[in-house]
Each structure stands twice: as C-alpha cells, then as structure tokens.
Design a binder for this molecule. Sequence first.
Ligand code: GLN
Length: 511
Amino acid sequence: MELTRKTAAELSALLAGGEVSAEEVTAAHLDRIAGCDDRVHAFLHVAADGAVAAAREVDRRRAAGDELGPLAGVPVALKDVFTTIGAPTTCGSRILDGWQPPYDATITRRLRQAGAIILGKTNMDEFAMGSSTENSAFGPTRNPWNLSRVPGGSSGGSSAAVAAYQAPLAVGTDTGGSIRQPASVCGIVGTKPTYGGSSRYGLVAFASSLDTPGPLARTVLDAALLHEAICGYDPMDSTSIDAPVPPVVAAARQADVSGMRIGVVTELSGEGYQPGVMARFAEAVELLESLGAKVTEVSCPNFRYALPAYYLIAPSECSSNLARFDAMRYGLRVGDDGSAGAEEVMSLTREAGFGDEVKRRIILGAYALSSGYYDAYYGKAQQVRTLIIRDFEAAFGQADVLVSPVTPTTAFGIGERADDPMAMYLADLCTIPSDLAGNAAISVPCGLASEDGLPAGLQVMAPVMADDRLYRVAAAAEAALTERWGHPLIAEAKGLGTSEPWFSGERGGSA
Ligand code: GLN
C-alpha cells in the first residue's frame, strides 16, 4: 500500500479501521521526505523524532479505546511562521536563526490536540513576503511539477510538500495570496478562511489586519477536514471571530451547485493573463454552469486599485510589526562584542538579518506612515480598502460566490522575476481583494495550461463567514474536472504534465 499517495480522508479511514498504524503512516511520509527533499527543499526542519513519538502516542490512545478525531495519526506539514515548542521557528529569516519559541501557536496546539502528526516546518519567503519562496534566507523551494519553476509563495514549502506527496496536508498563511497562489501553481487546493476565522496567536506577524492561516491539501474534502481542525474562536487573538466554524466538511461532501448564483469578476481577466490559464478557467466555469449554477458577469471596478493599496497597507503594518526584531529579544545578534552601543548592535543585526525584500517593505512602510505622508499614502489606501469592501458587498448582492483565476500565470521560472518586484507582486492580482476585504476564498486545480502543461487554478470567493460555500463549489468543480481531465495530479501521472523525469512514474496511484 502506497501510503503517501493516500488522501488524508483515506488515511483517516485506514487508521480508524486499524489497517495501518499512525507510526507506519508517519514513517512512510518521513521516508518520502528523505527520498526527495534534497531536490524539492520543501522543509526547513524535519521533526522526525517528535513525529514518531506523536504517532506512537496516537496508536497507544487508539489501542486504549480513546475517542479520536478524523486527523488523529494523519501527517501535516507546518509553515515555519507558526511557533512550535521543540522545533525552531525561523520565518525563512536569518534574524530568527537559532530562536526556539517558548510556546505553541494556537494552530500548532490544535493540530496536536487533533492528534495530527507534525512532520516539520516548511520553507517560505522571508516573513511571508513574496510569491515564489525565493526570498527564503535558506534557499528556494522547487515546484514538484518542474524543478526549474517556483512553487509560488509565500507558503511554497507547504504547497510543494503536499504536491510532492511528502504530506497529505499542510498549513500556510495568506496575507495577499500566500496560500491560494502557491496552491494554484502546485496543482493543489488551498483556502484562505474568513479573516478572524483562524487564529493568529503564535503566528509571527507580517500584516496583522490581513494575516490568515489556512489549509493546503490535494483534495477539497481534505482541505475541509483540516479547515475544521484548525479554525474557530480563540480568545488569545483579539480579532478572532466568536462564532461557530462554518460547516465546511458537510459542504465538501454536498458538492452541489445547482441553483447557485456564480459571478465571474470582469476585472480579473484581460491583458497579462496567460491564455492557457484563462482557457482552463473558462472551461471550469462552463462545467459549473452545466451542473446547474447560474453564471453572470459581475463588475468590481475598484479591484484595480487593490494591488497598490495592499502595497501601502501591508508594508506599513510590516514596518511596525518587524520593529520587534531589535537584536535583544530574538535570535541573531551581530556586533555585540562590548564595543558597540545597543543602537549600533540593533542596526548591525537588522542589516545582516533581514533580506532585501523585507528591508524594501520596512522602508516603504515607514515612509507611508510618516507624518506629512500618512494621509496621502496610508490613509488613502485605507479608503480604497473600504471601496473594495463595498464592491464585494454589491457583488455578493448579485451572486452567492464570485470566481476568477487564482493567479494570472502558471509557475514561473526560478530567478525569472527575482529582480523585478513589480512582476512578482502581480502574481497576487486576483487574490489580494479578498485579503483586503477579509472574506473567504479557495483555490482549486482546474487542469493544465496548454502552453507549458503546468497547473492552473480556479478561485472561488465567498462572503465573510460563508466559507462553506467555497467548499460546495470547489468540491463540485473538483468532481466535474476529475471526470473531464482526471484530477490534475492524476493527469500528470498519465504523462500530460510530466516534465521532470525524476518525478514521472513515481507519482499517480490511487485516485
Ligand atoms: N505575495 C504577497 C506579498 O509579498 C502576499 C504574501 C502573503 O500572502 N503572505 O506580500
């Protein structure tokens, strides 16, 4: 039995039926990581000992007859932005090198309580700033579909780990698209829950009014299972929503769009969008229509200002949040030989510890917040944010969900956009509006683009706390697209998208 080819739902059933032990499942995934992570580089830290110990504990509890949840014994990879007792947390940055967090993030704690097996910490763009994982201080992650391409970012390690069958599930964070864009270019499912639906406690902050943890998985149902395990009210997070988690697992099982009103966002198409991505998107929408959805065009005129507004708001919050890395409290300290004063040590440490993109954001943010410029930049961006929220409100008056491509192109080449920040920022054109408005959105694979045989994604957006609608639509699309294409991952196994010889033949297996 190829345990790494199983979905989380399949593993859960095998574990519950006593057909496999959590220790076997964990060992299979650790073997897979050992066998291919020198090429993929999804992980910054593999927590093999902790994972095996946790798996044995699950097996012991199961043998003792304890009631266990659906994720008990199921492996999960955790983005290295969540604090973890017993494993480092670097955020892909030198400045946190060597730091051992003294507490678990709420997400980490909930995973442990659910009996999920944390395999390790995944690579990411430094402090989650980027769309390619090339901004990691520890080297890039590669896209399992084609090792010369990026896996997207900033949750690129998490998405690559799931696409490469190193883990059936992973947790990422989305501030401007960092779950949905890497999911799309790696051919997997990724959800940005409603802002406040998942806890930020113990998540190292980038832009606090936007940061949202969420699940990555190879199927919609798996994403829903993880969604329910990690989401929900947390008194430790002041912006957490005190309401029940929307019933996303039931919605994924329902997988029904008949009578649903689906709005195609006019503004999220056109120049700069790869024709093969648009073709797959259009087909996905047609499929949904053939399943009984009512498809209309919806206009959100202010979405065109979303990217510039985001690149004022996110850097502003980042410049404030990252002030805490002062060489005294965490990780790296440079120049502390007794000759330099505190301010100089701080300056030397920040110079050595932060990468170029992080420094660019801190400078941009400090400028946007400075007196004399605040109203013109930060203040104006907040007004634009309100206009975008109003666009969503109007659009959700006409449609139950909105759809668009996830990102304008398939995975680009490593190095291709590294020296062009604007080109890199454009990867989040379609995802940023939902971050600014705080509503929920999902990325679901919709086939391979004809130009390069790489995955394209369908984005579904739903109103605040209507996350279940995402799963209804995504699961219906997934079922129809599987019939049409084979699941994109399976399509690759059929030879449609295999461009890396090392990967072909190794993949595929049970659908
Ligand atoms: N790529 C965007 C940025 O660099 C979004 C990142 C994210 O969602 N964390 O800010």
